[in-house]
Design a binder for this molecule. Sequence first.
Ligand code: B12
Ligand code: SF4
Length: 498
Amino acid sequence: MNVLLLRAETGAQFSPHLGLGYLAASLKKAGHKVKILDNLREEIKYNPEDWDLVGVTAMSTFFSELCMEVKKAKSYGLKTIIGGAHIICDPGQSLKDSGADYAAAGEGERTITQLASGMDPSKVEGLYYWENGKPKKSSPDLSELFKKKIMYSTKIGGQTRDFINDVDDFGEPAWEIMDPRSYPQTMPHGTIYKESPFAPIITTRGCPYQCTYCSAPITAGRKMRYRDPVKVVDEIEKLVNVYGVKEIQIEDDNFTLTRSHAMGVCEEIIKRKIKVHWSLPNGVRIDKLDPELLAMMKKAGCYYMALGIENANQRILDMIKKRLDKNLVRKVVTWVKESGIDAVGFFMVGLPTETEEEIMNTINFACSLDLERASFHKATPLPGTELYDMWLKKYAKNKDIDWKTFRLDQFNADWAAVSPKKLANLQKLAFFKFYFSRWRFFKFIYTLKWNQLYSFSQRVMLVIMPSDWYNRIYYRNAKNTQFINSAARKNLNDNICT
Ligand code: B12
Ligand code: SF4
């Protein structure tokens, strides 16, 4: 079959889509023809006659763009399948909202390959399809795979999902059709880079924690699954030698969770004398670092890492189930700095019931730490999370849902003990107070490359402008991409036959 994979978003950070890369690899291995069209690097234009199946990916923020691509593909008479973080969180509803033919309820490698190979939709793993005008979940017989421990099943985010145990089975993303050099080399995840071309990789999938605001365990599962460090470094070596990559962003949710895995990757990079800079822009847990591990990471080329600090109030940390002792933070930030690695802090403001005093406490704490950079995101109820369920029940008040606003800088949940307007002002204050102390802003500007100035100004505007102004100015097609869901979704699984 000829399969076209699309990312339709207009995001501000340019990173090849690992998910689509893995899907493409799997499809190609099974003998299908595949192409990736990614709006981050090219216009989504194609000849419908060349394709049999169109797969579209999206996070919640970009669900409206996904819907437009599905509509377009269907108008050509093509079959469509959707997948990605947003769809995983609620596949049945996403199928209805988008009008696609199929939705992948999880990791899509096996799902899309089985579908493309002509398997009956009811037997395809992790698929939602239409039956009698309603979304229906497939029911393949996986008992042998469970018995042989090839797959495991777990209830997560309100659904039962099946995961493959050995993530090495997925191989590597199809870099040959997603050459990192074909992406704009301006704004990687985390903004800063030392040298381009840069490329993301993942070395693990999953996260065993249950932080109430985070959808990572929902999309990738709660069981940590590790790639073999040797295979990880094979991929890094290929990116460096074949694609000229000079810098890697490790996008794991928890790279250092198991020390031996992180050590293994570092030792392999050092053993092979690979000259590459790398960073951890997706954040690591404060309680999963120690000086010896940090020294090894530095030696292997790590030059900055984001730290999931989130909040300076133990009450809030406990409420969001972070399982983190606030007293550990300062010591660990100091270790990171002493190792020669730059530390970046992730903070959240405006959590349910959070007071102005608590928010100020977080801002002042952040300013006092030896951090190079920091982000102060508004608590956003990402679908599938505990926060989302709480927001739907208590705060959404039957409001329509505009997925476009599900960005960590822009969402107005109205659940803190301060008003949304006050919260937006406190968020701006956090940015200014943090960056205009300890010369941080000037150091930041100094680390930027010339080609980043436009994108950087966009990011600054995102912080200081009201979101509707920002969208109007920066997103050329913003007016076309607003997708307002018909009603807040109280009974998520209503009308879905299972
Ligand atoms: C790298 C990353 C980014 C990158 C690129 C995103 C990308 N998709 O490549 C960048 C930096 C751009 C990014 C941005 C944001 N991100 Co982000 N990001 C991630 C991260 C850390 C890793 C993604 C990844 O590569 N995963 C590994 C691959 C293999 O998995 P995957 O992409 O999910 O793909 C698999 C399945 O989803 C499925 N699949 C995916 N697409 C399709 C399509 C089809 C047709 C099929 C069948 C299957 C399928 O199969 C794939 C293979 O198994 C995830 C966390 C995570 N654990 O996934 C968060 C995550 C995806 N991001 C998230 C968020 C919220 C954001 C932001 C909105 C945050 C913000 N600032 O507001 C922004 C977007 C705004 C903007 N301005 O761009 C959330 C999404 C939640 C949601 N419900 O949408 C996640 C899950 C993080 C979290 N902790 O909650 N992000
Ligand atoms: S915030 Fe980090 S530790 Fe918590 S669930 Fe998400 S990935 Fe796991």
